[in-house]
Design a protein around this ligand. Sequence first.
Ligand code: SF4
Ligand code: SF4
Length: 258
Amino acid sequence: MPIHEKSLIDPDRLLSAEKLVIDGIDVSGHWNTTILPRTVPDYDPEFQKKIRALPGGENVHRCWQCGSCTNACTMYAINTDFNPRYWIYCTNLGLTSEIVKDKDIIWQCVSCNKCTNICPKDVRPEGVMKALAHWLEEEGHTTRSNPTLFDEEFTRQCLERGRIEDSEVMFNFFKKTGEDAIELMKKGWLGVFIARMNNLPLLREKRILPFIARLPIVGPLKMGWAMLFKPRTRSWGRTGEVLRAYVDEQKRKAQAHG
Ligand code: SF4
Ligand code: SF4
């Protein structure tokens, strides 16, 4: 028996007599509260299927509403409106409008997977959160997120050339997100980037040549070279074609499910 969320109960469907005595027992006020039945006309009977077709959402139908996920959830501890059990409940009933109401919260899942570890039915609520965020994006309820834009650029390069070039991925990602690379550099981003490229443990291990190869002079030069000449994996042509055909086929299947 699912636990009904308060937000699904309209206040005008709650009835309670102020003064009521039954068989000599005073059940006035909250003791006699009744919820009037309701009809939900705006549900999508295919919604559960759509979410199950998305990566992470496969097991959403298994939920038995125990609430352990919400209890363990990192985000729920900060904001009680972040409620995986509730969204899973709405998904299984096809209550898309309830999901859309929370479009600005669902993406906040931090993927800590506490919910997934505790779930007794292997629903993988973290995956469901991702699938719901994905659906919201696909349906245009939210703008395309930075991870989606990054994935697109990353995948494009993989499919085209069988490898990625870090500098090109970053450059095109910033272009798509409208980030100003110069501003990021001014904010110290470049410093962090260089620090990451400089592999100090290599120096401590006296591996001088690998260290020099990662200096902020050689590294950017190599990256600039790669941006210009775009190296590709040897004999990638046919493999890339097959992979692209496979990805297109999967997209068509997902759209057919949608
Ligand atoms: S822990 Fe699993 S079974 Fe329990 S409410 Fe969450 S998703 Fe459903
Ligand atoms: S993975 Fe997301 S939904 Fe699950 S516990 Fe962590 S923040 Fe909550």
